[in-house]
Design a protein. Structure first.
Lengths: 297, 275
């Protein structure tokens, strides 16, 4: 059956639908482009400022009252807390997804996935509040001041874990549907099948899922703002407080004007660039993993 | 027949609408108030009550910092500016009406044995020269210095009172609003921070594990602030330029009257004394 036979009989209706969809897609793309253009224009005067004039963005010093707007420490803070959160969340996330799908009794596995769905729908500010009144005082007993890079990463890990498990679960289920019967017919064990067949087959979906969560961690604001300490510095240990780019905007936007405001827009611009680069890398990696998986089979 | 009736009805509607619009334009007056985000929540509730008593009056409150309040009044963009400090000498072209006071207090965890700190000790703690509680009579534990984010008026008042500059402060935790500060100190027995007195007093009275430290021997409370005795406090002003008339004058008088004391204390500020 050719695709034409299931489409609208009238080509005019088809064309109208096509135009409507194209308009919607174009509108969304245009809004995204406008945001980028607006952010670039709003932060342009700082983006091109000379470092030697003391107005550059690529330094660690941030003191708006003195007109020094270095974003480097916050860029490092954002990247460090997000990557650390991934390191904490990804291994247990994968293990939980595999366990829930292949080793747990079906009823418990389903219940488990339901719980993960529920956890994923808790607003981030609730995680942040819990972190502020429970996690930070608890960490403070071992590593004062408690509000730190580690606290931020732990809260972020907790936030991204449920969705990571659900995404990994979907990818594994798809792989299972395609390959399980074949692997079983060849006499492979469950653990061998998971390790040698299903994980490689699901990898092209797992890598973008992880990078998507990295993007989410980079963009998270309230939860991190409440637990990470927000001191502008390069972290020298896990217990050191840090400030992320998003927290910087949220903390100071209500009171900023002039060059200070421009610097906050530059924070947003930098974050957008970071996420864009990340997404490009994600696509590239996914394509490579998919090619690798195809070559291997 | 039906057409004609519809036409007449439309005409009538049009006339009535225009008439009502013209009337409301006569009666409605708009007042723009911009400035300090500390005062904005108070001004908003004041405006709501004022609008309820004066139908047809619309008061537009916009936050954007004390500096914006002053700039907007000078440029004529706002009739009243909200400024959460006393006017500086170079702002002599403006007149200020104080509507309430705000005080800042140092807070520590209730379990900390330290009950008072001198001005020098506070400065040393906030500049990182004094890092352990045992140097001020407390247990052997590192001090967690809680500071406010840049641009907050509380930070500005704190800095100007202790004659500090923002880059000189060595903070362990930087917070946004007062509540976050109280939660941070309440959850950390080694922490020291500063917040608005009204908020701290309310929180301590509700059993929050925080202690308000006296400053220069004066007890931090809304009472000492309203008596003008507490050193670390500031007036909350409505500023304007030239003679105020009509609805703006009424609103300023209303904001300074005793009938809004409940609104002022509701925002954890200190009402004007003896009125």
């Amino acid at each position: 059956m050719s695709p034409a036979s299931i489409s609208f009989r009238s080509p005019a209706a088809d064309r109208t639908l096509y135009r409507a969809l194209a308009l919607c897609a174009g509108l969304v793309a245009a809004i995204l482009a406008l945001i980028l253009v607006y952010l670039t224009v709003a932060s342009a005067s700082l983006l091109v400022a000379d470092a030697e004039a003391g107005g550059g963005l690529w330094q660690t010093q941030w003191s708006p009252s003195a007109g020094v707007f270095g974003l480097l420490a916050m860029l490092v803070g954002s990247a460090a807390v997000s990557v650390l959160a991934l390191l904490i969340a990804v291994p247990p996330g994968l293990v939980l997804a595999i366990w829930g799908r292949f080793f747990a009794p079906p009823g418990i596995g389903a219940l488990y996935r339901g719980t993960m769905g529920l956890l994923a729908s808790i607003p981030s500010v609730v995680y942040g509040f819990w972190g502020l009144v429970v996690l930070v005082p608890w960490l403070n007993r071992w590593a004062p001041p408690g509000a730190s890079l580690l606290a931020g990463a732990l809260i972020l890990a907790l936030m991204i874990l449920p969705i990571l498990v659900l995404q990994a679960d979907l990818a594994l289920e798809e792989a299972r549907r395609r390959h399980l019967a074949g692997a079983m017919a060849l006499g492979a064990s469950v653990s061998g099948t998971v390790r040698r067949v299903l994980l490689p087959a699901a990898a092209p979906h797992l890598v973008p899922a992880v990078l998507l969560q990295l993007g989410r961690a980079l963009g998270e604001t309230m939860a991190v703002l409440m637990v990470a300490g927000n001191v502008v510095q390069l972290p020298d240990s896990l217990a050191a407080p840090i400030r992320t780019l998003t927290a910087n905007i949220a903390l100071e936007m209500a009171y900023a004007s002039g060059a200070h405001q421009t610097a906050l827009f530059a924070s947003g611009w930098l974050l957008l660039m970071l996420v864009t680069v990340l997404m490009l890398v994600a696509r590239h990696l996914a394509a490579r993993v998919a090619r690798g998986a195809r070559d291997a089979t | 027949m039906l057409r004609a009736r519809q036409g007449r009805f439309l005409l009538l509607t049009l006339v009535v609408t225009l008439f009502v619009a013209a009337c409301s334009r006569d009666a409605s007056q708009r007042l723009v108030v911009t400035g300090s985000s500390t005062i904005a929540p108070l001004a908003t509730v004041l405006a709501e009550r004022f609008e309820a008593r004066h139908p047809g009056v619309k008061i537009d409150v916009q936050a954007g910092g004390s500096a914006r309040g002053i700039a907007d009044v000078r440029q004529g963009l706002a009739t009243l500016g909200m400024v959460s400090r006393a006017l500086k000498p170079e702002e002599g072209d403006l007149a200020a009406d104080t509507i309430a006071h705000d005080g800042i207090t140092m807070i520590v965890h209730r379990n900390t044995p330290v009950t008072s700190l001198t001005r020098e000790q506070i400065v040393a703690i906030y500049t990182g020269q004094l890092r352990n509680w045992n140097e001020v009579g407390g247990p052997d534990a590192a001090i967690t210095v809680v500071n406010k984010a840049e641009g907050r008026s509380t930070l500005e008042l704190f800095l100007s009172h202790f004659k500090l500059s923002a880059p000189a402060i060595r903070a362990d935790v930087v917070i946004g609003d007062n509540q976050q500060g109280i939660k941070t100190v309440a959850g950390n027995p080694q922490a020291i921070g500063y917040v608005s007195i009204g908020t701290a007093e309310y929180e301590a009275s509700r059993g929050g594990p925080i202690r308000l430290l006296p400053l220069d021997g004066i007890e931090p409370s809304t009472a000492t602030v309203s008596a003008g005795r507490f050193p670390l406090s500031r007036p909350l002003n409505l500023v304007h330029r030239g003679e105020l008339g009509g609805i703006a004058r009424d609103f300023v008088d209303f904001a300074r009257s005793t009938e809004v004391h409940d609104l002022v204390t509701g925002q954890y500020f200190v009402p004007l004394a003896g009125r």
